[in-house]
Design a binder for this molecule. Sequence first.
Ligand code: HEC
Length: 155
Amino acid sequence: MDYKLFTKRVKHIYKYLFVLFAALTIGSSGLIYKILNPSFLSFSEEDNTETYTNAEEFDNIENNIHVATGFKDDEGLQLVIANCTSCHSAQLVTQNRATKEGWLSIIRWMQETQNLWDLGNNEAIIVDYLAKNYAPEKKGRRQALQQIEWYDLED
Ligand code: HEC
């Protein structure tokens, strides 16, 4: 074998080894990254399952309160959620207090000026729910203190 041919072969081998080494480096760093960060390149439907559990959690009721909206749990709750939370937050509803007539006039006002739809037969149920659970507070003054524990002043 002459010298020229020898160097050519050696160069060839070096080239081959270099490509192999590069491939191994890229491959193993990908693997390490995957181990450190398991969601890398995983095309599972994790996001979908998350929305699903949120949808289930949306119905949670704790201490008689519908957690997701803050509405009190009572007959008509689902109708109120369906009809009264799409334009503004539930809080705008729950922070208000009114009688049946009062609630009805708020609804009429929204129908006349804010494009609220006709609530049909559900209107009576919704108004009952609101007037019962978000009625005006009757006591204008705070109640007198009760069960006060007096203590003696020491001198
Ligand atoms: C089509 C949209 C829409 C729907 C649906 C809707 N509202 Fe409203 N509502 C509005 C707008 C707009 C306002 C004014 C918001 C503001 O002032 O920032 C408003 C304001 C209110 C207020 C505050 C009124 C005030 O005097 O401050 C209450 C209470 C209220 N809505 C209750 C309800 C109830 C109860 C329902 C379900 C029956 C409902 N809304 C459904 C659009 C809507």
